[in-house]
Design a protein around this ligand. Structure first.
Ligand SMILES: CSC[C@@H](O)[C@@H](O)C(=O)COP(=O)(O)O
Ligand SMILES: [Zn+2]
Length: 222
């Protein structure tokens, strides 16, 4: 992924200054732009994070537009999701990112977006998962080698209490192959690095868009 120029004069309290941190910030900015171009982060929706090789966590600041991030829009948190620099307010959903990093030690990036397809499809069914089957693009997910498979994408009730939502998600995380969806809200997807996480998000969103089209043609949810 190409680098984004990082301003040298960071303001106090916005995080560390070093090459690895700046690269993580650049990846988050680029990914936010990509997600915005695809219409997956309307208004101030979505949040993005990177885990650096030394274990530091870089996450988007709460409330900003993720398509117009600057270096000041990315801040450092600890493994519990607490800002390390006074005055910083990390994403309201930081706990969900931290939970995923804790569960998967090799993980490098977590992405959350609010696409139309994930929002609408998750509100059309009462099932506890959406199922994606027979699509070639399923091979974008880890361990998938054929279209001839059926991947569940778990659905969880939306909740403004993120700690409670994290407790709902926790028992299911280890088995997830393609991320998960919060009903009427959006998707969480991850990968060993930002490029892979973005590819998986793009794959999942493509598949959800296909499912939405099929629903429209059939006149109901699958
Ligand atoms: C447009 S409101 C969206 C928020 O409530 C939330 O779901 C979200 O994705 C962004 O929150 P943020 O705190 O900026 O990371
Ligand atoms: Zn959200």
């Amino acid at each position: 992924m190409a680098s984004v120029a990082i301003a040298a004069d960071r303001t106090a309290g916005t995080g560390p200054q070093d090459a690895a941190w700046n690269e993580a910030v650049a990846q988050i900015i680029r990914a936010g732009q990509r997600m915005d171009q695809r219409g997956w982060v309307p208004a101030t929706a979505g949040n993005l994070s990177v885990r650096l090789a030394d274990g530091r966590l870089a996450v988007t600041r709460s409330g900003g537009h993720k398509g117009f991030l600057t270096p000041q829009g990315v801040i450092e948190v600890d493994v519990e999701g607490r800002a390390l620099h006074e005055g910083d307010r990390p994403s309201a959903e930081t706990l969900l990112h931290c939970q995923i990093y804790r569960r998967f030690p090799g993980l490098g990036a977590v992405l959350h977006g609010h696409s139309v397809a994930s929002t609408v499809l998750s509100m059309l069914t009462r099932e506890s998962s959406l199922h994606l089957a027979d699509y070639e693009v399923l091979k974008v997910f880890e361990g998938q080698t054929t279209h001839d498979t059926r991947l569940p994408v778990p659905l969880f009730a939306n909740d403004q209490d993120i700690a409670r939502l994290a407790r709902e998600v926790e028992p299911h995380l280890a088995d997830m192959k393609a991320g998960y969806i919060i009903r009427g809200h959006g998707v969480y997807v991850w990968g060993p690095d930002m490029d892979t996480a973005l590819a998986r998000l793009e794959g999942l969103e493509f598949l959800l868009a296909c499912e939405l089209e099929r629903c429209k043609l059939k006149g109901g949810a699958s």
